[in-house]
Design a protein around this ligand. Sequence first.
Ligand code: ARG
Length: 471
Amino acid sequence: MTDGTGDSRTSNQMWGGRFAAGPDAIMEAINASIGFDRRLYAQDIAGSRAHAAMLAATGILTDSDAAAIREGLLTVLSEIEAGDFPFRTELEDIHMNVEARLKEIIGEPAGRLHTARSRNDQVATDFRLWVRDQCDQAAEALTALIRALLAQAAAGADWVMPGFTHLQTAQPVTWGHHMMAYVEMFGRDVGRFRDARARMNESPLGAAALAGTGFPIDRQMTAEALGFDRPMANSLDAVSDRDFALEFLSAASICAVHLSRFAEELVIWSSAQFRFVALSDRFSTGSSIMPQKKNPDAAELIRAKIGRILGATVALFTVMKGLPLAYSKDMQEDKEQVFDAADTLMLALAAMTGMVADMAANRANLEKAAASGFSTATDLADWLVREAGLPFREAHHVTGALVALAEAAGCDLPDLGLTEMQAVHPAITQEVYSVLGVHNSVASRQSYGGTAPDQVRAQVARWTARLEGSE
Ligand code: ARG
C-alpha cells in the first residue's frame, strides 16, 4: 500500500504481525495521539513500573527481567524529562513510544512488559492518574483564590455597597459579604474536585483488553503502588468508561461559570461608570490609541476562556454518548479536551487570584452608590411593620409612595422631611431616619448568613479556621 506520495511503509512493530504493509499517511495522521498524549509519560512509566513489579511478585516474570524493565523505564523517564526522547509518530501513542524505546535500551525483556495487560487498561490507568492529579491542583489553586477573597472580605467587612437584583439597586450589602459569596461558591468547587477524585481513585490496571486475564496477576498490588484505593471491580467498565474525565470536566465547568460571573462583575465594577474597584496595572492593559484607557483584559479573557472548558465538556459527552462497551478508538479523543480544559482552568484561576489579591475597592464610591437608588426602601417598609404595626403589604405600598415622592423631588429617602412623610402615613415618626442610612441597614441584617458586618466577620473566621484545619 502506498500513502499517495509513493512511499511504501513497513507494518507496525508493535501490532503489525498480520499486516503486510504500513498505514497510509492520512491513516497515521488521524490515528496517532503521540502529539498530545505524550503529556501522560510520567503516569505511563509509573503504571508500567508498578505492573512489572507485580509481574515479578506473582512469578509471571523473572526478577531479573522485571528489574531490567524497571531500571530501563527510569532511563526512558530521564530521557523524556531531559527533552531528548525521540518521539515517533509511527509508534502512534505514548504507550508504544515508551515500550519501543525500552526495547532499544534493554533489549528482549522489554517485550515481556506487556504480559497480562493491554493498551486499553494502560491508557485508562494513565489518564485516571493524570486527571486525579489535576483534581488536586484545582483544589489547591481554588484554595489560593479563597485566601485572596478572605483577605478582601476581612478588610472590607463593613464597607457598604449596593446589592443588586436584575443589576438594579436592591438593598445595601457589605463588600465583605459580596466577597464571601464567592468564597462559598469556590469552596463548593473544591468539594466537587475532591468528591470526583475520591470516586475516580480506583485502578483499571489488570482489566487487560476488556475481559481480564488468565495470568495470576495481583491487581491489589498495582492499585496500591499507584495510590489507588482499590482495583476497579469490572474489567469492561474499567477500560470503557470515562466518567472520571466527565466528572472532572463537569466540576471544571461549574467552577468556570463561577469564575466567569465574577470576571463579569470585575469588568462592570472597574468601568468609569461604576468605579467600584481599581484593578492593578499588573492585571490590566492600555489601549494603543486611547491614552486614558485601562482595560480589564484579564477579567475579559477569563470570561471568554471559560467557553473552552464548557466546549470541552460538551465535546467529551458527545464522544462518549454513543459508544457500545467496551473500548472504542473514539475514546482517544478524551485527552485533548481534558488537557485544554485543565490548562485553561488553571490559568483562569491563577489570573483571578492575582487580580483579587491586587484589586483596590473604592470604599467612598461603593458607599455613595449604596445610598442611591432608594436602597433602604425595604428597611423603611420593615420599620413600618415593626414600629407602626402596618401589615407588610400596606407598608410596601406606603414605602412605594414615599419613593415616588423622593424621586419627584430628586432626592434620596433620608432627605425627605418628616412632615412630608407623615402626609403619606401619619404613623411615621422621627425614629424612621435611623433605618434610612445604609450603615444601619446592613448592621440590622443579623440573620444567619446575612450581610451584617458581624456576620461577615464570623464567616471569615469560620473559613480561616477551616483552611487552617485542612493544612
Ligand atoms: N492511544 C489510545 C487511546 O488513547 C490507546 C489505547 C489504544 N487501544 C486500542 N485498542 N487501540 O485511546
